[in-house]
Design a protein around this ligand. Structure first.
Ligand SMILES: Nc1ncnc2c1ncn2[C@@H]1O[C@H](COP(=O)(O)OP(=O)(O)O)[C@@H](O)[C@H]1O
Ligand SMILES: N[C@@H](CCC(=O)OP(=O)(O)O)C(=O)O
Length: 369
């Protein structure tokens, strides 16, 4: 049966660790593997990092740029070169590709989010392999994915993929960074989000020299993907042929089993497409009501808030330690909420001087994280 597969490859797999030069054999094998998957009737998207790393190689820079302007300039050099290499390789095996450069803003606005999905669907219907990266050259700090692990999970969620492969320079996830903790335990299977939390994996390292985010961003990517019902695998980029073996049932790498009842597409957009612009701190009664009772959030359960936001903005819902539990769209702006937090809904008209809605966040607009 035809599956939709998103494969993300990190800079650490695309380049040689010693020299920073491109790992040509890996890239060529990846191109052949993805082309084979296409020929078997699967729909394939590649999310490729490497613009900054390849740009540095081209310009002879020996370390990742620190300033934003330099990083953006280097990415402009590297992205063109990267896509040219992909196009050369895929052209040899007669597989059309497309370059799709996204910024965070493309997923924040609902219409742009839906439009991005339409474009992906058309490309996939045409048998093209879209090659996605963040548009690093124009992305501004406040509107950035920041790392391609998150970007790949959001793309996988957008197109409702069946599989997400995160290809990196370690063979799987470990209980701690195997570079610094040699006896770290390998993890083959993660059955639920709760298990992931219970494992208390240490991701202390920032990753390899050229990578962004290390394992931490891969774990958050896996969380986003499994909530969308997508089976997610962290595996080694040096052996792209393992992708086909994994799809045939081999337990290579670390597998994250998808949530049995995926969160709806609209709620996924609220949780991960939108950028939260404030925080609401809840009391234990409100936390129980939204997590166990599936209830809407009322003003009485809000202890404090942070940030300035408008009505209908996305906010994070946290416990008293600031640990995020849920996200949702507010029915009141921050000034109104300052006045009504901790108060009973029946008092709202008197406090504000006009009749508002009973709920601060209706359960249809509230997503547990
Ligand atoms: N718990 C962990 N398990 C495995 N690898 C880890 C862990 N914590 C940190 N790492 C590090 O994460 C690195 C991979 O992340 P990164 O360099 O960002 O790769 P990529 O370029 O593929 O995104 C590994 O080389 C490893 O050193
Ligand atoms: N968009 C950036 C990649 C950022 C990133 O997440 O890198 P990596 O950790 O190597 O996957 C680039 O193309 O260089």
């Amino acid at each position: 049966m035809s599956k939709t597969i998103v494969v993300k490859i990190g800079t650490s797999s695309l380049t040689q660790p010693e020299t920073g030069q491109l790992a040509l054999s890996t890239i060529a094998t990846l191109a052949e593997t993805l082309c084979d998957l296409r020929q078997q009737g699967h729909r394939v998207i590649l999310v490729s990092s490497g613009a900054v790393g390849v740009g540095c190689g081209r310009l002879g820079l020996m370390e990742r740029p620190k300033t934003i302007a330099l990083k953006q300039a280097v990415a402009a050099v590297g992205q063109g070169r990267l896509i040219r290499i992909y196009d050369d390789l895929f052209s040899i095996i007669q597989q059309p590709i497309a370059q799709v450069l996204l910024t965070r803003a493309d997923l924040v606005h609902r219409s742009r989010y839906l439009n991005a999905n339409n474009t992906f669907q058309e490309l996939l219907n045409l048998g093209v392999i879209p090659i996605v990266n963040e548009n690093d050259t124009v992305a501004v700090e406040e509107l950035k994915f920041g790392d391609n692990d998150t970007l790949s999970a959001l793309v996988a969620s957008l197109v409702e993929a069946d599989w997400l492969f995160l290809l990196t320079d370690v063979d799987r996830l470990y209980s701690a960074d195997p570079r610094s903790v040699p006896d770290a335990k390998p993890i083959s299977l993660v059955s639920s989000m709760q298990e992931l939390t219970d494992l208390q994996i240490q991701t202390s390292g920032q990753g390899s020299q050229w990578g962004t985010g290390g394992m931490m961003t891969k774990i958050s990517a896996a969380r986003i993907a499994i909530a969308a019902g997508i089976r997610t695998v962290i595996t080694q980029g040096r052996f792209p042929r393992n992708i086909a073996k994994i799809m045939q049932g081999e337990l290579i790498g670390t597998h994250f089993i998808p949530q049995p009842e995926p969160t709806s597409a609209r709620k996924r957009w609220i949780a991960y497409g939108l950028i939260p612009s404030g925080k609401l701190y809840l009391d234990s009664g409100a936390i129980a009501a939204i997590t166990k009772g599936g209830k809407s959030l009322l003003a009485a359960g809000i202890k404090a808030l942070e940030g300035e936001f408008d009505n209908q903005a996305a906010v994070q819902l946290c416990d008293s330690h600031g640990y995020e539990i849920a996200r949702g769209l507010v029915n009141y702006n921050s000034q109104e909420l300052e006045q009504i937090c901790g108060r009973h809904s029946r008092d709202i008209p008197e406090i504000l001087g006009y009749a508002g809605v009973d709920t601060v966040i209706h359960r249809d607009n509230l997503v547990l994280i």
